[in-house]
Write a protein that binds this ligand. Structure first.
Ligand SMILES: [Zn+2]
Length: 137
């Protein structure tokens, strides 16, 4: 396993899912082996049940694996940043910074650098990331 550990949350989920997949896969193999044994012994009904069980378990494992790959792929898409716009009502100075915990619209903040009037938060919004355009280099 030489996967990068950059996205730890996604990795945690994928290792967790991988464990489930491996367990289910092992169970399905055990069920199939038991079914062959039962067939050799002559217990065809039990063999049939075990075979069905084994294949269902295998299908579940494959499904989970498929789903987890999809989820990990979608997790790599960056979550949009939440931005906070700060404005001074007096001189109209405008600042945009990342959203901080406790921010809300019309909240008073530190005084304005220019006129010392209190600045307020005028907007909180999610930054929709456009696909990066390349401006003629
Ligand atoms: Zn000001």
């Amino acid at each position: 396993m030489s996967e990068k550990s950059s996205t730890s949350a996604a990795n945690k989920i994928s290792t967790y899912l991988m464990m489930i997949v491996l367990i289910v896969l092992a169970l399905s193999i055990v069920a199939l082996i038991l079914s062959v044994n039962a067939f050799i012994v002559g217990n065809e009904i039990v063999a049939g049940y075990l075979m069905v069980l084994g294949f269902i378990a295998m299908a579940v494992a494959a499904y989970v694996l498929f789903q987890s790959r999809k989820r990990v792929a979608s997790m790599k898409i960056e979550a949009p940043k939440v931005m906070t716009t700060i404005e001074c009502r007096k001189c109209g100075i405008k600042n945009v910074r990342e959203f901080k915990r406790g921010d809300f619209v019309f909240k008073d903040l530190e005084p304005c650098q220019k006129c010392d009037d209190k600045m307020i938060i005028t907007a909180i919004y999610k930054e929709v990331k456009e696909k990066e355009k390349t401006y003629g280099v």
